[in-house]
Design a protein around this ligand. Structure first.
Ligand code: IMP
Ligand code: MG
Length: 184
């Protein structure tokens, strides 16, 4: 996003339209948690790897919707070229400090847009030889995909609109909204 909002419009309800209510988010997360429990019947903890910062609220709710023992890790990445080039260059800003070799791993993302970040992360983590590697995302904008990437669990498919809230930001604002909103 290149033209920042004037500060006076921050929190102005006219600029935000609720796309997904807090209640729908919670219902869907309960379903996904149950599905993950059914799909991972093996032993040992599952590593949930949240991608900072957007996934932090989703991570907190999803982790509690999973009954199997889970370990919480985070990675920080920055992706270059979105909207500018298709180079797909992604830089790791914060790596894991644990080994995932032989473990069940789930990458926890806020939103899949071009797919560049996840394509990169998937191959990076795949190389560390986890027993299984899955991806869960709260939101998916399929129309925007540049790199096809298989996502195992999708909370909601959404249209090509810029959304904020429930962890997602615009220039670091709006992350603490309970709902997912379209920023207009
Ligand atoms: P991509 O799939 O590599 O293009 O990048 C996905 C990342 O871009 C997400 O993890 C978000 O940080 C960011 N992003 C994409 N679309 C949106 C949006 O609508 N609102 C807020 N952040 C977004
Ligand atoms: Mg993100």
């Amino acid at each position: 996003m290149s033209n920042p909002l004037p500060l006076t419009t921050l929190r102005d309800p006219a600029t935000l339209r609720v796309l997904i209510s807090a209640e729908r988010i919670q219902q869907r997360i309960a379903e996904i948690g149950q599905q993950i429990d059914e799909d991972l019947p093996g032993q040992g903890p599952v590593y949930l790897i949240g991608i900072l910062k957007g996934s932090f609220i989703f991570m907190a709710d999803l982790a509690r919707a999973i009954r199997r023992s889970a370990r919480i890790e985070f990675m920080g990445v920055s992706s270059y070229g979105r909207g500018k080039s298709s180079s797909g260059e992604v830089r790791v800003l914060k790596d894991l400090d644990v080994s995932i070799a032989g473990s069940d791993v789930i990458i926890v993302e806020d939103i899949v847009d071009s797919g560049i970040t996840l394509t990169y992360l998937k191959s990076l983590l795949e190389a560390r030889q986890p027993r299984s590697l899955r991806i869960v995302t709260l939101l998916d904008k399929p129309e925007r995909r540049v790199r096809p990437v298989h996502v195992d669990y999708v909370g909601f498919q959404i249209p090509d609109e810029f959304v904020v809230g429930y962890g997602l930001d615009f220039a670091e604002d709006y992350r603490n909204l309970k709902e997912v909103c379209i920023l207009e």
